[in-house]
Design a protein around this ligand. Structure first.
Ligand SMILES: [Zn+2]
Length: 377
Protein backbone atom coordinates (compact mmCIF):
# COMPACT_ATOMS: atom_id res chain seq x y z
CA UNK A 1 0.00 0.00 0.00
CA UNK A 2 1.26 3.44 -0.95
CA UNK A 3 1.12 6.66 1.00
CA UNK A 4 -1.95 8.91 0.81
CA UNK A 5 -2.35 12.55 1.75
CA UNK A 6 -4.80 15.39 2.22
CA UNK A 7 -3.62 18.98 2.19
CA UNK A 8 -4.98 22.42 3.01
CA UNK A 9 -3.81 25.98 3.65
CA UNK A 10 -3.82 25.12 7.36
CA UNK A 11 -3.38 22.02 9.50
CA UNK A 12 -3.82 22.13 13.30
CA UNK A 13 -2.19 19.00 14.70
CA UNK A 14 -3.54 19.32 18.24
CA UNK A 15 -0.53 21.33 19.38
CA UNK A 16 0.52 23.66 16.59
CA UNK A 17 -0.53 25.04 13.21
CA UNK A 18 1.15 24.23 9.89
CA UNK A 19 0.71 26.43 6.80
CA UNK A 20 0.21 24.98 3.29
CA UNK A 21 0.73 21.51 4.68
CA UNK A 22 -0.17 17.92 3.89
CA UNK A 23 -1.16 15.14 6.28
CA UNK A 24 0.39 11.93 4.98
CA UNK A 25 -0.71 8.47 6.08
CA UNK A 26 0.20 4.89 5.40
CA UNK A 27 -2.81 2.51 5.52
CA UNK A 28 -4.35 3.23 8.95
CA UNK A 29 -1.67 5.34 10.61
CA UNK A 30 -0.31 8.84 10.28
CA UNK A 31 3.09 9.02 8.66
CA UNK A 32 3.93 12.71 8.82
CA UNK A 33 2.90 16.34 8.21
CA UNK A 34 4.97 18.01 5.48
CA UNK A 35 4.83 21.19 3.37
CA UNK A 36 2.65 20.68 0.27
CA UNK A 37 5.72 21.51 -1.86
CA UNK A 38 7.44 18.35 -0.54
CA UNK A 39 4.67 15.95 -1.68
CA UNK A 40 6.05 13.49 -4.22
CA UNK A 41 4.16 12.11 -7.26
CA UNK A 42 3.78 8.63 -5.80
CA UNK A 43 1.57 9.94 -2.95
CA UNK A 44 -2.19 9.78 -3.73
CA UNK A 45 -3.25 13.28 -2.77
CA UNK A 46 -6.39 15.41 -2.38
CA UNK A 47 -6.24 19.16 -1.76
CA UNK A 48 -8.91 21.12 0.12
CA UNK A 49 -8.86 24.83 -0.79
CA UNK A 50 -9.71 27.36 1.96
CA UNK A 51 -9.88 24.53 4.49
CA UNK A 52 -8.50 23.64 7.91
CA UNK A 53 -7.50 20.07 8.79
CA UNK A 54 -7.89 19.20 12.49
CA UNK A 55 -7.65 16.03 14.59
CA UNK A 56 -10.78 13.92 13.96
CA UNK A 57 -13.69 14.90 16.19
CA UNK A 58 -14.70 12.45 18.93
CA UNK A 59 -18.25 12.65 20.34
CA UNK A 60 -18.71 10.58 23.50
CA UNK A 61 -22.49 11.07 23.70
CA UNK A 62 -24.57 10.26 20.60
CA UNK A 63 -28.06 8.80 21.01
CA UNK A 64 -28.88 8.69 17.33
CA UNK A 65 -28.49 10.09 13.83
CA UNK A 66 -29.57 9.52 10.27
CA UNK A 67 -33.15 8.84 11.40
CA UNK A 68 -32.06 6.06 13.79
CA UNK A 69 -32.24 6.07 17.59
CA UNK A 70 -29.78 3.61 19.17
CA UNK A 71 -32.49 2.81 21.77
CA UNK A 72 -34.87 1.68 19.00
CA UNK A 73 -32.34 -0.01 16.68
CA UNK A 74 -29.87 -1.72 18.99
CA UNK A 75 -27.87 -3.46 16.27
CA UNK A 76 -24.50 -3.09 14.51
CA UNK A 77 -26.43 -1.76 11.48
CA UNK A 78 -28.02 0.90 13.68
CA UNK A 79 -24.58 1.92 14.98
CA UNK A 80 -23.23 2.08 11.42
CA UNK A 81 -26.08 4.39 10.31
CA UNK A 82 -25.44 6.69 13.30
CA UNK A 83 -21.65 6.84 12.68
CA UNK A 84 -22.22 7.57 9.00
CA UNK A 85 -24.76 10.35 9.70
CA UNK A 86 -22.40 12.06 12.14
CA UNK A 87 -19.47 11.97 9.70
CA UNK A 88 -21.40 14.61 7.72
CA UNK A 89 -20.86 16.84 10.76
CA UNK A 90 -17.16 16.12 11.18
CA UNK A 91 -17.36 13.31 13.77
CA UNK A 92 -14.70 10.69 13.13
CA UNK A 93 -15.43 8.53 16.20
CA UNK A 94 -18.30 8.28 18.64
CA UNK A 95 -19.83 6.32 21.47
CA UNK A 96 -23.38 5.23 20.62
CA UNK A 97 -25.29 6.13 23.76
CA UNK A 98 -28.11 4.07 25.21
CA UNK A 99 -30.64 6.15 27.12
CA UNK A 100 -31.99 4.33 30.23
CA UNK A 101 -33.53 1.07 29.06
CA UNK A 102 -34.33 -2.45 30.24
CA UNK A 103 -31.60 -4.94 31.24
CA UNK A 104 -32.45 -6.90 28.05
CA UNK A 105 -31.82 -3.84 25.89
CA UNK A 106 -28.61 -3.02 27.77
CA UNK A 107 -27.36 -6.51 26.92
CA UNK A 108 -28.36 -5.97 23.26
CA UNK A 109 -26.38 -2.71 23.25
CA UNK A 110 -23.31 -4.43 24.72
CA UNK A 111 -23.62 -7.25 22.15
CA UNK A 112 -24.06 -4.80 19.25
CA UNK A 113 -20.93 -2.96 20.42
CA UNK A 114 -18.89 -6.16 20.63
CA UNK A 115 -20.08 -7.21 17.17
CA UNK A 116 -19.53 -3.70 15.76
CA UNK A 117 -15.96 -3.60 17.09
CA UNK A 118 -15.27 -7.04 15.54
CA UNK A 119 -16.78 -5.85 12.23
CA UNK A 120 -14.63 -2.70 12.49
CA UNK A 121 -17.55 -0.33 11.94
CA UNK A 122 -15.90 2.95 10.90
CA UNK A 123 -16.01 5.43 13.77
CA UNK A 124 -17.19 3.07 16.52
CA UNK A 125 -15.21 3.59 19.70
CA UNK A 126 -17.27 1.65 22.27
CA UNK A 127 -20.52 2.31 24.10
CA UNK A 128 -21.98 4.84 26.52
CA UNK A 129 -24.66 3.64 28.94
CA UNK A 130 -26.51 6.73 30.16
CA UNK A 131 -28.40 5.10 32.96
CA UNK A 132 -30.60 3.46 34.05
CA UNK A 133 -28.55 4.03 37.22
CA UNK A 134 -29.80 7.61 37.62
CA UNK A 135 -31.65 9.82 40.09
CA UNK A 136 -35.44 10.18 39.60
CA UNK A 137 -35.27 13.84 40.59
CA UNK A 138 -33.06 14.56 37.57
CA UNK A 139 -34.65 12.25 35.04
CA UNK A 140 -34.62 14.59 32.01
CA UNK A 141 -36.21 12.68 29.12
CA UNK A 142 -35.46 9.27 30.68
CA UNK A 143 -38.19 6.93 31.97
CA UNK A 144 -37.67 6.92 35.78
CA UNK A 145 -39.51 3.58 36.09
CA UNK A 146 -36.40 1.97 34.63
CA UNK A 147 -34.03 3.42 37.24
CA UNK A 148 -32.32 1.32 39.91
CA UNK A 149 -29.10 1.28 41.90
CA UNK A 150 -27.12 -1.75 40.67
CA UNK A 151 -25.25 -4.11 42.96
CA UNK A 152 -22.04 -5.85 41.91
CA UNK A 153 -24.18 -8.93 41.29
CA UNK A 154 -26.50 -6.95 38.97
CA UNK A 155 -23.53 -5.63 37.01
CA UNK A 156 -21.94 -9.06 36.81
CA UNK A 157 -25.04 -10.45 35.11
CA UNK A 158 -24.27 -8.56 31.91
CA UNK A 159 -21.82 -9.86 29.35
CA UNK A 160 -19.61 -6.82 28.80
CA UNK A 161 -17.76 -6.14 25.53
CA UNK A 162 -14.17 -7.34 25.34
CA UNK A 163 -13.25 -4.57 22.86
CA UNK A 164 -13.83 -0.82 22.82
CA UNK A 165 -14.46 1.70 25.57
CA UNK A 166 -17.33 1.55 28.07
CA UNK A 167 -18.53 4.87 29.49
CA UNK A 168 -21.18 4.79 32.22
CA UNK A 169 -23.20 7.81 33.33
CA UNK A 170 -24.61 7.22 36.81
CA UNK A 171 -25.99 9.21 39.74
CA UNK A 172 -23.13 8.18 42.00
CA UNK A 173 -24.89 9.35 45.19
CA UNK A 174 -27.26 6.38 44.86
CA UNK A 175 -24.68 3.72 44.11
CA UNK A 176 -22.75 1.63 46.60
CA UNK A 177 -18.97 2.13 46.52
CA UNK A 178 -18.58 -1.62 45.88
CA UNK A 179 -20.47 -1.27 42.57
CA UNK A 180 -18.50 1.84 41.60
CA UNK A 181 -15.29 0.05 42.48
CA UNK A 182 -16.34 -2.94 40.33
CA UNK A 183 -16.90 -0.66 37.32
CA UNK A 184 -13.50 0.96 37.77
CA UNK A 185 -11.89 -2.47 38.08
CA UNK A 186 -13.35 -3.34 34.64
CA UNK A 187 -11.66 -0.21 33.24
CA UNK A 188 -14.95 1.55 32.56
CA UNK A 189 -14.93 5.33 32.42
CA UNK A 190 -17.36 6.59 35.06
CA UNK A 191 -19.20 9.87 34.76
CA UNK A 192 -21.57 11.40 37.27
CA UNK A 193 -24.78 12.63 35.68
CA UNK A 194 -28.56 12.86 36.04
CA UNK A 195 -27.59 13.37 39.67
CA UNK A 196 -29.27 15.36 42.41
CA UNK A 197 -26.43 14.96 44.91
CA UNK A 198 -25.64 17.56 47.50
CA UNK A 199 -21.93 18.37 47.64
CA UNK A 200 -21.72 16.46 50.95
CA UNK A 201 -22.91 13.28 49.21
CA UNK A 202 -20.08 13.46 46.68
CA UNK A 203 -17.57 12.32 49.26
CA UNK A 204 -13.87 11.98 48.67
CA UNK A 205 -14.41 8.25 48.35
CA UNK A 206 -17.21 8.59 45.78
CA UNK A 207 -15.24 11.18 43.80
CA UNK A 208 -12.22 8.86 43.72
CA UNK A 209 -14.26 6.67 41.33
CA UNK A 210 -15.52 9.54 39.17
CA UNK A 211 -13.65 10.38 35.95
CA UNK A 212 -16.04 13.05 34.72
CA UNK A 213 -19.43 14.72 34.77
CA UNK A 214 -22.04 14.29 32.02
CA UNK A 215 -23.51 17.30 30.16
CA UNK A 216 -22.51 19.89 32.77
CA UNK A 217 -25.40 22.04 34.05
CA UNK A 218 -28.10 19.78 32.54
CA UNK A 219 -29.89 17.22 34.71
CA UNK A 220 -27.79 17.92 37.81
CA UNK A 221 -28.26 19.84 41.07
CA UNK A 222 -27.31 23.50 40.51
CA UNK A 223 -24.54 25.63 41.99
CA UNK A 224 -25.70 27.90 44.82
CA UNK A 225 -23.88 29.87 47.49
CA UNK A 226 -24.83 27.60 50.38
CA UNK A 227 -25.00 24.40 48.37
CA UNK A 228 -22.48 23.78 45.57
CA UNK A 229 -24.50 20.81 44.26
CA UNK A 230 -23.21 18.64 41.44
CA UNK A 231 -22.39 21.65 39.25
CA UNK A 232 -20.16 23.27 41.91
CA UNK A 233 -18.49 19.96 42.71
CA UNK A 234 -17.87 19.28 39.01
CA UNK A 235 -16.29 22.70 38.53
CA UNK A 236 -14.15 22.38 41.66
CA UNK A 237 -12.90 18.82 41.07
CA UNK A 238 -9.78 19.47 39.00
CA UNK A 239 -9.09 15.82 38.24
CA UNK A 240 -12.52 15.27 36.61
CA UNK A 241 -13.52 16.31 33.11
CA UNK A 242 -16.89 17.86 32.25
CA UNK A 243 -18.73 17.23 29.01
CA UNK A 244 -20.95 20.05 27.83
CA UNK A 245 -23.59 20.56 25.13
CA UNK A 246 -22.83 23.71 23.13
CA UNK A 247 -25.97 24.10 21.00
CA UNK A 248 -26.78 27.52 22.54
CA UNK A 249 -29.96 25.96 23.98
CA UNK A 250 -28.89 23.61 26.78
CA UNK A 251 -26.33 26.01 28.29
CA UNK A 252 -26.06 29.81 28.11
CA UNK A 253 -22.77 31.00 26.54
CA UNK A 254 -21.89 32.88 29.76
CA UNK A 255 -22.34 29.76 31.86
CA UNK A 256 -20.20 27.87 29.39
CA UNK A 257 -17.45 30.53 29.51
CA UNK A 258 -17.52 30.65 33.31
CA UNK A 259 -17.18 26.86 33.50
CA UNK A 260 -14.35 26.95 30.97
CA UNK A 261 -12.51 29.47 33.16
CA UNK A 262 -13.03 27.37 36.27
CA UNK A 263 -11.81 24.05 34.88
CA UNK A 264 -8.11 23.27 34.28
CA UNK A 265 -7.21 23.25 30.60
CA UNK A 266 -8.07 19.91 29.02
CA UNK A 267 -10.99 19.14 31.32
CA UNK A 268 -13.89 20.59 29.30
CA UNK A 269 -15.03 18.68 26.26
CA UNK A 270 -17.83 19.09 23.75
CA UNK A 271 -20.58 16.49 23.29
CA UNK A 272 -23.63 16.79 21.05
CA UNK A 273 -26.10 14.49 22.92
CA UNK A 274 -27.54 14.21 19.40
CA UNK A 275 -30.69 12.32 18.53
CA UNK A 276 -32.04 10.58 15.42
CA UNK A 277 -32.92 13.88 13.73
CA UNK A 278 -29.25 14.81 13.11
CA UNK A 279 -28.30 14.02 9.51
CA UNK A 280 -31.92 13.16 8.70
CA UNK A 281 -34.86 14.86 6.99
CA UNK A 282 -37.21 13.50 9.63
CA UNK A 283 -37.88 16.04 12.39
CA UNK A 284 -39.19 13.59 15.00
CA UNK A 285 -38.60 10.19 16.57
CA UNK A 286 -40.01 7.99 19.34
CA UNK A 287 -38.46 7.31 22.72
CA UNK A 288 -40.20 4.92 25.14
CA UNK A 289 -43.38 5.27 23.07
CA UNK A 290 -43.34 9.06 23.26
CA UNK A 291 -42.91 11.29 20.20
CA UNK A 292 -40.07 13.81 20.41
CA UNK A 293 -40.00 16.64 17.86
CA UNK A 294 -37.74 19.42 16.67
CA UNK A 295 -39.43 22.72 17.57
CA UNK A 296 -37.39 25.90 16.86
CA UNK A 297 -34.21 23.80 16.69
CA UNK A 298 -35.00 22.34 20.14
CA UNK A 299 -35.90 18.70 20.69
CA UNK A 300 -38.78 18.51 23.13
CA UNK A 301 -41.11 15.83 24.46
CA UNK A 302 -44.85 16.29 25.01
CA UNK A 303 -44.21 17.88 28.44
CA UNK A 304 -41.88 20.44 26.84
CA UNK A 305 -38.74 18.89 28.47
CA UNK A 306 -35.53 19.12 26.44
CA UNK A 307 -34.80 15.68 25.03
CA UNK A 308 -31.30 15.73 23.60
CA UNK A 309 -29.91 18.03 20.97
CA UNK A 310 -30.36 18.63 17.27
CA UNK A 311 -26.78 19.56 16.42
CA UNK A 312 -23.54 18.13 14.98
CA UNK A 313 -19.97 18.47 16.28
CA UNK A 314 -18.93 20.99 13.57
CA UNK A 315 -21.71 23.41 14.55
CA UNK A 316 -20.92 22.87 18.25
CA UNK A 317 -17.28 23.85 17.62
CA UNK A 318 -18.34 26.89 15.57
CA UNK A 319 -20.54 28.02 18.47
CA UNK A 320 -17.81 28.02 21.12
CA UNK A 321 -15.46 29.91 18.78
CA UNK A 322 -18.22 32.49 18.28
CA UNK A 323 -18.53 32.75 22.08
CA UNK A 324 -14.83 33.68 22.37
CA UNK A 325 -12.92 30.41 22.78
CA UNK A 326 -9.75 30.26 20.64
CA UNK A 327 -9.89 28.06 17.56
CA UNK A 328 -7.11 25.77 18.82
CA UNK A 329 -8.85 25.24 22.16
CA UNK A 330 -12.25 24.63 20.51
CA UNK A 331 -10.75 21.98 18.22
CA UNK A 332 -9.05 20.30 21.19
CA UNK A 333 -12.36 20.29 23.09
CA UNK A 334 -13.80 18.27 20.21
CA UNK A 335 -10.95 15.80 19.78
CA UNK A 336 -7.86 15.91 22.00
CA UNK A 337 -9.71 16.20 25.31
CA UNK A 338 -12.39 13.56 24.63
CA UNK A 339 -9.59 11.20 23.51
CA UNK A 340 -7.84 11.84 26.84
CA UNK A 341 -11.10 11.46 28.80
CA UNK A 342 -11.59 7.96 27.39
CA UNK A 343 -7.87 7.17 27.55
CA UNK A 344 -7.81 6.49 23.82
CA UNK A 345 -4.22 6.06 22.83
CA UNK A 346 -3.22 7.32 19.40
CA UNK A 347 -6.28 9.54 18.89
CA UNK A 348 -6.89 13.27 19.33
CA UNK A 349 -3.68 14.52 17.70
CA UNK A 350 -2.19 14.44 14.22
CA UNK A 351 1.06 12.76 15.15
CA UNK A 352 3.27 10.18 13.53
CA UNK A 353 2.06 6.67 14.49
CA UNK A 354 -1.39 7.87 15.57
CA UNK A 355 -4.56 6.51 13.92
CA UNK A 356 -5.11 8.29 10.59
CA UNK A 357 -8.11 10.36 11.62
CA UNK A 358 -8.87 13.98 10.76
CA UNK A 359 -11.71 16.41 10.23
CA UNK A 360 -11.59 18.87 7.32
CA UNK A 361 -13.47 22.12 7.96
CA UNK A 362 -14.32 25.07 5.74
CA UNK A 363 -13.94 28.70 6.84
CA UNK A 364 -17.28 28.55 8.69
CA UNK A 365 -16.17 25.35 10.45
CA UNK A 366 -18.60 23.20 8.44
CA UNK A 367 -17.31 19.70 7.82
CA UNK A 368 -15.96 19.07 4.31
CA UNK A 369 -14.56 15.57 4.80
CA UNK A 370 -13.61 13.15 7.55
CA UNK A 371 -10.70 10.71 7.65
CA UNK A 372 -11.29 7.57 9.74
CA UNK A 373 -8.51 5.00 10.08
CA UNK A 374 -7.05 5.94 6.71
CA UNK A 375 -10.33 6.09 4.81
CA UNK A 376 -11.54 9.46 3.56
CA UNK A 377 -15.32 10.09 3.65
ZN1 LIG B 1 -28.75 13.04 29.69
Amino acid sequence: MGLKAISAPRIFDGNQNHTDAALVWDEEHIHTIIPISELTDDIEHQHFADALIAPGFIDIQVNGGGGVMFNNTITPQGIDTICSAHRKHGTAYLLPTLISSTPENIQLALNATEQGMSDQIAGLLGVHLEGPWLNKDKKGAHDPNLFYAPSVEDLNQFTWPSQGKVLVTAAVENIEPSALNWMKAQNFTLSCGHSNAKASQLTEEKLSYVDGFTHLFNAMSPFEGREPGVVGTALNTDSAWCSIITDNIHVHPQSFLLAHKAKPQGKMLIVTDAMATVGSEKGYFELDGEVIRVVDNKLVNSRGSLAGAHIGMDESVANVIEWGISEDEALKMASTYPAQALQCEKLGELKSGFRASATVLDQDYRSQAVLVDGKLY
